[in-house]
Design a protein around this ligand. Structure first.
Ligand SMILES: NC(=O)C1=CN([C@@H]2O[C@H](COP(=O)(O)OP(=O)(O)OC[C@H]3O[C@@H](n4cnc5c(N)ncnc54)[C@H](O)[C@@H]3O)[C@@H](O)[C@H]2O)C=CC1
Ligand SMILES: O=C(O)[C@@H]1CCC=N1
Length: 271
């Protein structure tokens, strides 16, 4: 793609996006510039991907068409304050900060600027991410298409009303961590039953991948029924999951992540 792409913040998410863009040959290293306050991070990203790096956020802003804001929400206000004098109305700002509304970004940089809000997840690192998308309607159709095309190189892009972003943050932003905990716990369970850890991991992960592929097309309740033989082994496991509150734990976990996202939004609103 014929774009210059910048990242302010070179942490986990920036690395996930940059890796997919460079390794997938969507962008050349010379098309990407990253800034971070950590010298160690920018040295690492420069060595790993050959991208341009700087300790100065302004260098990124003045050298890109699409600017990803990839710092923590608590850091974003000071970054926006710093860059607002040099942000141009021609540039597209893409914020991935949890709980940080578009309107608040506009307060810092001006409502004439093109602002996109996304909620991706760490799975963009392997090209299987899912990214919720909304923008402030300042983008031309062609620009919107370009940003979505870029994002879709990292997985799916789903249009979501900004009102639902706190929910999305829980459902797909945070949830990879829940699945990683699930995998870890199932591996422990398998080791307890005598399986070597490497075999346990292979069996658990492949089962989860296959289950996800089936659930993409079919109703998960019916799929569960299809595994559950009368008086068989599966129903015993499911009964134990119910006894231990597995289902309600997951429902409550999503609610807690959602509430925290709302709490962050409230703190940001009060700035
Ligand atoms: N980690 C995840 O799975 C997801 C994170 N997000 C959002 O993405 C954003 C980034 O998250 P992570 O990459 O996980 O965080 P991170 O902590 O790994 O990366 C943030 C980077 O920003 C740098 N930084 C701090 N202050 C700075 C400043 N003033 N100027 C430039 N760089 C500065 C830090 O040194 C760090 O390398 C957050 O807003 C988070 O809400 C969204 C979806 C998923
Ligand atoms: O934990 C967090 O705040 C970020 C947002 C979604 C995933 N990680």
């Amino acid at each position: 793609m014929n774009l210059r792409v910048g990242f302010i913040g070179g942490g986990n998410m920036a690395e996930a996006f940059i890796g997919t863009f460079i390794n997938g040959q969507i962008l050349l290293p010379s098309q990407v510039i990253v800034s971070d306050v950590s010298e160690e991070r920018i040295r690492y990203l420069s060595e790993k991907f050959g991208v341009k790096v700087s300790l100065k956020n302004i260098d990124v802003v003045t050298n890109c068409d699409v600017l990803f804001l990839a710092v923590k929400p608590q850091v974003l206000p000071s970054v926006l304050r710093e860059i607002s004098p040099v942000v141009s109305p021609a540039q597209i700002l893409v914020s991935m900060a949890a709980g940080f509304p578009i309107r608040k970004i506009e307060e810092f940089v001006g409502d004439d600027k093109k602002v996109v809000r996304i909620m991706p997840n760490i799975l963009v690192k392997v090209g299987h991410g899912v990214t919720a998308y909304c923008d402030n309607l300042r983008l031309l159709d062609e620009e919107r298409r370009t940003v979505k095309e870029l994002l879709s190189q990292t997985g799916r892009v789903v249009d979501i009303d900004e009102k639902l972003f706190d929910a999305v943050t829980a459902v797909s932003g945070s949830s990879p961590a829940f699945f990683f905990v699930l995998i870890e716990a199932m591996c422990d369970g398998a080791v307890r039953l005598g399986l070597p850890r490497d075999k346990a991991k292979e069996l658990v992960v492949e089962t989860l991948i296959g289950s996800s592929i089936m659930a993409r097309e079919e109703n998960p309740s019916l799929l569960k029924d299809s595994v559950t033989s009368p008086a068989g082994t599966t129903i015993e496991g499911i009964a134990k999951l119910e006894e231990k509150g597995f289902r309600s734990s997951l429902i409550e976990a999503l609610k807690s992540s959602f509430e925290r996202s709302k709490e962050i939004s409230k703190l940001i609103e009060e700035l």
